[in-house]
Design a protein around this ligand. Structure first.
Ligand code: NDP
Length: 255
């Protein structure tokens, strides 16, 4: 199997789905040459598992990136740019996110705004700041058409953000989380429309309900299985699937 991409950046990669994405990318038979594993605090206790992983794989480069802090995003762009030595960035995975279980009774503006800051503004700002590097990858590619190996933005979304499905609201209202993921989906859709002609693919992906700090132990799926599915789906993306909302098995979801 060909490498998914020459260079990949993952946000929120110190635990959960992000950490497993980095682990499986690095362990793949043809790993990317550059895996930019970003997180808020790579040197602190929360970065321990990622530091241990990166010690085993020279392709992994730890980069500080807080997705709600613009100076931090800009510093990360500089680090990535200098590592790439004139090449572009092929694949940006906006994985970092926060949950919220606020109900109609408990919700307040602070929790709504926090969810929007991390789940909507964050991925959009990260995409905006890394756009020159993604454009460079798209222009420099030998191939035409859209793919993760050329240039792509993948936003990790959630099925509970689907307005079309509007799943389980009474059992799990999660107003801030659902609304923020629905808004993030619109961002994905707009980016896909705007960046298509620049050769950049944009897709939203639902990882399933996964055993992580956010998904909790109650979740039916292991992080290993979810990420195996996500990476297989990413490898299959093309012009036909840019601007769509897919799950970890490649099934299409309504927005
Ligand atoms: P976790 O809570 O396990 O991990 C979240 C990650 O996001 C952590 O690495 C966290 O870093 C990071 N993060 C949060 N805020 C920021 C920020 N401002 N800057 C940088 N990193 C940040 O969640 P999951 O791994 O389960 O979720 C990953 C993605 O998958 C999310 O977008 C989530 O919405 C989505 N998802 C998850 C599902 C599940 O069942 N688990 C279901 C559907 C979607 P730190 O350690 O510093 O807090």
């Amino acid at each position: 199997m060909a490498a998914l991409a020459r260079s990949v950046l993952v946000t929120g990669s110190n635990r959960g789905i992000g950490l497993e994405l980095v682990r499986q990318l690095a362990a793949s038979p043809q790993p990317p040459e550059h895996i930019f594993a970003t997180c808020r605090d790579p040197d602190g206790p929360r970065g321990k598992a990622l530091r241990e992983l990166s010690a085993q794989h020279p392709s992994i480069r730890l980069v500080q990136l807080d997705t709600v802090d613009l100076p931090s995003i800009r510093r990360a762009v500089q680090v990535v740019e200098s590592c790439l030595e004139g090449q572009g960035l092929n694949l940006l995975i906006n994985n970092a996110g926060i949950g919220s279980h606020a109900t109609l009774q408990s919700v307040d503006s602070q929790e709504m705004l926090a969810a929007f800051a991390t789940n909507v503004v964050g991925p959009l700002q990260v995409a905006k700041e890394f756009l020159p590097l993604l454009e460079k990858a798209a222009k420099g590619a030998q191939k035409t058409g859209l793919s993760c190996s050329r240039a792509a933005i993948v936003n990790v979304s959630s099925k509970v953000g689907s307005i079309g499905l509007c799943l389980g609201v009474l059992e799990a209202p999660m107003y801030p989380y659902r609304a923020s993921k629905a808004a993030q989906n619109m961002v994905t859709r707009c980016l896909a429309a705007e960046l298509r002609d620049k050769g950049i693919l944009c897709t939203a992906i639902h990882p399933g309900w996964v055993k992580t700090d956010m998904g909790t132990e109650q979740a039916p799926m292991t992080v290993e299985r979810s990420v195996q599915g996500i990476l297989a789906v990413l490898g299959s993306l093309s012009q036909e699937t840019s601007g769509t909302f897919l799950d970890w098995e490649g099934n299409s979801l309504p927005w």
